[in-house]
Design a protein around this ligand. Structure first.
Ligand code: ADP
Ligand code: MG
Length: 701
């Protein structure tokens, strides 16, 4: 059966359009334009208004305007030619950086000139640099509003406009499937009636005859994405993404997962060996997961919990239920440092109970890896901890029943799903994901729409709050003295710097230089870890720190996630103003894990802007990850909070999950309605194929 996804015009490559060869297609790829639909969704970043003559008095810096006037002054010199034109309201200088015959012949005193270009206001006055021009009345400029597109070198506006028109002509209502106005009305959306092709035409080919009000509304509404045509596209896109989640979820649900027992003697023993009790929140969340696993419907659960909430233990105790039922457990972490640390913890917890724990990471030798793979397939190890090395093809589990993914936000959806394929034939393992990025509910819905969510909303009781102070770099020497004195008393400290190598551009303190500098100045044991080191070397340093043989650990943000050294109670973060709030919060979460009073020093470079100060104060005043994430979201937007990778993975053309939050629940409703209605199946598939063709394998499954 031919796949519908590829037969749609919108999914054809750009080379399918006449006149588009490989070279042009290559340029377009730089703009992320691969298939015809991408071209349609390459929306203008602005419009030029060539329909309206603007009185010179009214022009402002940055405007692209049409003006008309009489030449009153012409000056030619080495750098080109300046022509003053004057209308009833003022004078404007047209600047040309090249002179040529046609220009000289046109720009003569007394000539009536019409010009179009961008206004620059500088100390040279009000100017328009190399405008398009002609003698007034001899011809007209192309049209009213002209879209201006994001472009790359070698690809001109006119070419892009032409390609967009070709793309629009190539599709029709029959090939561009979308929700009907009635379907939108049914969920209470009345103001946007059109289909998406009409919406795209409104955006790309604005009506030439539209009056000034309609044009102004379009200009602004498109920039802010509030125009009904934009909202029409956004709602469709959100629906497509929610549908994709549902398809992925249903795709998992068509398999059975191993039923695990809901009481676990192993968990009892593990708990009995711990020096503390679980928090209520930990118990509740473990209960959620255990209830999921007691059925043959695969668990798809995300556990959110602030830094230090004790997620690792939740993972281990949940694992016990699978282990007791005879199943293997895979635990995946995003970095080797974190994977190794989990390995150590799991071994400490499980080895005494007779459970074999294995480790799989990129740094292993071929021999070690082969031996480990043998153990995994022979069920000699029941818990396997590792990095993404876990889901590579050669890894075959004997009886994988549960997959645990730590710091889920570091992985893409696809990576998580790949581990899900490693279960026994015709079944799939349960999935438990964990994240410390405390994101608001709606955001979670748009990122993990296919998972159920549990929240650990409580920290273990033995924590002493972390005192956070912001200090200017001018007082760095004092900070060094304090750290030194504390280390001498047996405390351990992190010193974090944001960049590995000296960068004159960013003026960030390099970890290496800092390390050398501190070694020279301080008579204590100092270690260094950064991302460019070999994994084994990194690990060796981390171990020494954990054992207490290193007093002060100079590190880059590689220690951001998961690292757990309870005795470390001091942290200095250099150039804190450059890092995001949530990232700072994660980093700070490395201290305050033991019973010692903890301090975090945010060193900032002066001068710092008022917002910069406000940002750091958020951190000084709160240790609640949710509060901080919300602030971060307000101050920097979703892309920064969640990381380029996550938001990039979400792959939205124009929806913005923060700005369009209000539409999200509606989109989810529509998606549910479509997928539950047999007569809408085809439309639902077409919508996903249109917006997210890569998801088609789940749709067709
Ligand atoms: P995170 O949620 O950030 O992954 P961890 O799992 O690393 O947190 O736990 C942080 C520390 O808290 C660890 O040293 C862990 O042993 C300890 N811990 C976990 N649960 C409890 C608890 N209920 N009471 C006391 N300490 C706990
Ligand atoms: Mg953790």
């Amino acid at each position: 059966m031919p796949k519908p996804a590829t037969s749609l015009v919108i999914n054809l490559p750009m080379t399918a359009l006449s006149g588009v060869g490989d070279a042009l297609a290559g340029r377009l790829k730089e703009l992320g334009i691969h298939r015809i639909f991408d071209m349609l969704m390459h929306l203008p970043r602005d419009y030029e208004d060539r329909s309206r003559l603007v009185p010179i008095r009214d022009v402002e810096h940055g405007m692209s305007v049409l003006v008309s006037g009489v030449v009153t002054h012409v000056e030619t010199n080495r750098t080109g030619m300046s022509v003053a034109i004057e209308d009833d309201t003022g004078v404007l200088v047209l600047r040309f950086f090249k002179t040529y015959a046609a220009l000289k012949n046109t720009m003569v005193l007394g000539a009536n000139i019409t010009a179009f270009g961008e206004i620059k206001v500088s100390r040279y006055g009000v100017q328009m640099a190399h405008p398009e021009y002609h003698i007034t009345g001899t011809k007209a400029f192309e049209s009213g509003l002209l879209p201006i597109y994001p472009a790359v070198k070698g690809l001109h506006q006119n070419k892009i406009r032409q390609l967009v028109r070709l793309a629009i002509n190539a599709v029709s209502h029959e090939t561009l499937h979308c929700l009907t106005p009635l379907q939108l009305q049914n969920v209470g959306i009345h103001d946007i009636q059109s289909d998406i092709l009409t919406a795209l035409k409104q955006i790309h080919l604005p009506d030439k005859d539209a009056d000034i009000f309609a044009q102004t509304a379009l200009l602004e509404g498109l920039k802010e994405r509030t125009h009904p045509a934009c909202r029409r596209l956004i709602i469709e896109e959100l629906v497509a993404h929610q549908l994709a989640f549902l398809y992925r979820r249903n795709n998992v649900y068509q398999y059975k997962a191993p039923r695990c027992q809901d009481s676990s003697p192993l968990a009892q023993k593990l708990l009995a060996n711990l020096p503390f009790d679980l928090t209520q929140a930990q118990k509740r969340v473990i209960g959620d997961a255990v209830a999921d696993m007691a059925t043959s419907k695969p668990m798809l659960r995300l556990i959110q919990g602030d830094v230090g909430a004790g997620k690792t233990l939740v993972a281990a105790l949940t694992a016990c239920h699978a282990l007791d039922s005879g199943w293997q457990v895979a635990v995946m972490a995003p970095t080797e440092i974190l994977a190794e640390q989990h390995f150590i913890n799991f071994q400490k917890w499980f080895a005494p109970l007779g459970v074999g724990v294995g480790f799989l990471a990129g740094k292993q030798t071929a021999k070690e890896r082969a031996a480990m793979l043998d153990d995994i397939v022979a069920n000699e190890v029941q818990v396997v901890v590792g990095t993404h090395a876990l889901f590579q093809d050669g890894v075959v589990f004997a009886k994988l029943g549960l997959v645990i993914i730590d710091e889920q936000h570091r992985f893409g959806v696809e990576q998580r799903l790949r581990l899900a394929n490693k279960g026994v034939a015709n079944s799939t393992p349960h999935q438990l994901a964990m994240t410390a990025t405390p994101i608001p509910r709606t955001l979670a819905m748009s990122m993990y729409g296919d998972m159920d969510v549990s929240v650990i909303d409580e920290l273990p009781p033995n924590r002493t709050p972390i005192t956070t102070v912001t200090i200017s770099r001018d007082r760095r020497d004092e900070v060094i003295e304090r750290i030194f004195a504390n280390c001498k008393e047996g405390k351990q400290a992190y010193w974090v710097c944001p960049l590995v190598e000296e960068s004159s551009v960013l003026d960030a303190q390099s970890a290496e230089l800092l390390y050398e500098d501190l070694c020279e100045r301080l008579d204590i044991n100092i270690g260094l870890v950064h991302g460019k080191m070999k994994p084994a070397d990194k690990q060796a340093v981390m171990n020494e720190f954990k054992l207490g043989n290193i007093d002060l650990l100079v590190a880059t943000t590689v220690i951001e996630v998961g690292v757990d050294v309870p005795n470390a109670s001091l942290m200095v973060i250099e150039n804190a103003e450059r890092l995001g709030l949530s990232q700072l919060h994660q980093l700070r979460g490395r201290v305050g894990r033991g019973s010692a009073k903890s301090f975090c020093v945010l060193l900032y470079q002066t001068p710092l802007s008022p917002t910069g100060i406000e940002r750091l104060n958020v951190l000084r005043d709160s240790t609640d990850g949710f509060v901080i994430a919300q602030k971060d979201l307000e101050l920097r937007g979703a892309g920064e909070l969640l990381g380029k990778r996550q938001t990039g993975d979400m792959g939205y053309y124009l929806a913005d999950i923060v700005r369009d939050e209000v539409l999200l629940a509606t989109a989810q409703n529509i998606a549910h309605q479509l997928i539950n209605d047999a007569s809408q199946q085809q439309l639902a598939q077409q919508i996903v194929n249109t917006w997210l063709p890569d998801v088609k394998e789940y749709v067709n499954a």
